[in-house]
Design a protein around this ligand. Structure first.
Ligand code: NDP
Length: 245
């Protein structure tokens, strides 16, 4: 059941995270939205409240352990618990390795891997105390296979799948914490704006689906995983555009 669940979503200022916040709030969840762009968060929280839903926001950078801890503390102070934590924030500055965009590699690793770990570190102690909870990590089809220009991005998304599976094995039997990987194919969002390597961008466009997914399609997948009974743990959902090769 989604109704009344307390759900934290990172990267909720645009794309998949924003769509998930709107969808889950519409289904009766109490949603905590977090990202760096506060104005975007405020707009979405207003939209949810205008429709009769329940939502709050807190600005945070997922590369900061302290910020992630603040989000967990804020959620417990406001709603008393954390039922679901969605590690969605991510960047995709694709580039060929020989371009040596080392700063971009580091930022991607910080946001896409360390950000997920900091989210887990903040949420899991609360869920262990509750003896229930659900961590949902957004990986990618790129977490299953590598495309040209995607070596580091895929590396981060393979890592997200590995971390989620490890979390499931360690924490589901003892603490009743569910773990779900969502692996989308191409979704129409702002994600491509982080690509500075024209060659990598062109390679991506050459393998793109003729019709990308919408953020709402991924929000549906997240909602499905949450909506299952407590004894059923959806471990991974892979969702591609029909025309994606
Ligand atoms: P968007 O660019 O629309 O959203 C990315 C979100 O991440 C934004 O809300 C942004 O918020 C947040 N973010 C980025 N850096 C940080 C940071 N340091 N601290 C906090 N928040 C941060 O892209 P998508 O919605 O597409 O991406 C969401 C997830 O889906 C990512 O993990 C992405 O890898 C994954 N994905 C996307 C696919 C696609 O085709 N679009 C396919 C497969 C997976 P702000 O800038 O306000 O901080």
């Amino acid at each position: 059941m989604i109704r009344e669940k307390v759900v934290v979503i990172t990267g909720a200022s645009s794309g998949i995270g924003q769509a998930a916040a709107l969808r889950l709030a519409n289904d009766g969840a109490k949603v905590v939205l977090t990202a760096r762009r506060t104005e975007r968060l405020i707009q979405t929280v207003h939209e949810i409240i205008e429709k009769g839903g329940e939502a709050r926001y807190l600005a945070a950078d997922v590369t900061s352990k302290a910020d992630m801890q603040n989000v967990a503390d804020f959620t417990v102070e406001n709603y008393g618990r954390i039922d679901v934590w969605v590690n969605n924030a991510g960047l995709m500055p694709l580039s060929y390795l020989n371009k040596r965009k080392i700063d971009e590699w580091e930022t991607m690793i910080d946001v896409n891997i360390k950000g997920v770990l900091y989210g887990i570190a903040a949420a899991v102690p609360v869920m262990e105390r509750q003896q229930s909870g659900h961590i949902i990590n957004i990986s990618s089809v790129a977490g299953h296979r590598v495309g040209m220009g995607g070596a580091v991005y895929s590396g981060t998304k393979f890592a997200v799948r590995a971390i989620t599976e490890g979390l499931r094995m360690e924490l589901s039997p003892t603490s009743n914490i569910r773990a779900t990987i969502i692996s989308p194919g191409m979704v129409e969002t702002e994600l491509l704006t982080t690509i500075t390597d024209e060659d990598a961008l062109n390679a991506l466009k050459a393998r793109a689906a003729s019709k990308a997914l919408r953020s709402e399609d991924i929000a549906n997948a997240i909602a499905y995983a949450i909506d299952q009974p407590e004894w059923a743990s959806v471990n991974e959902i892979v969702i591609r555009p029909t025309t994606q090769p």
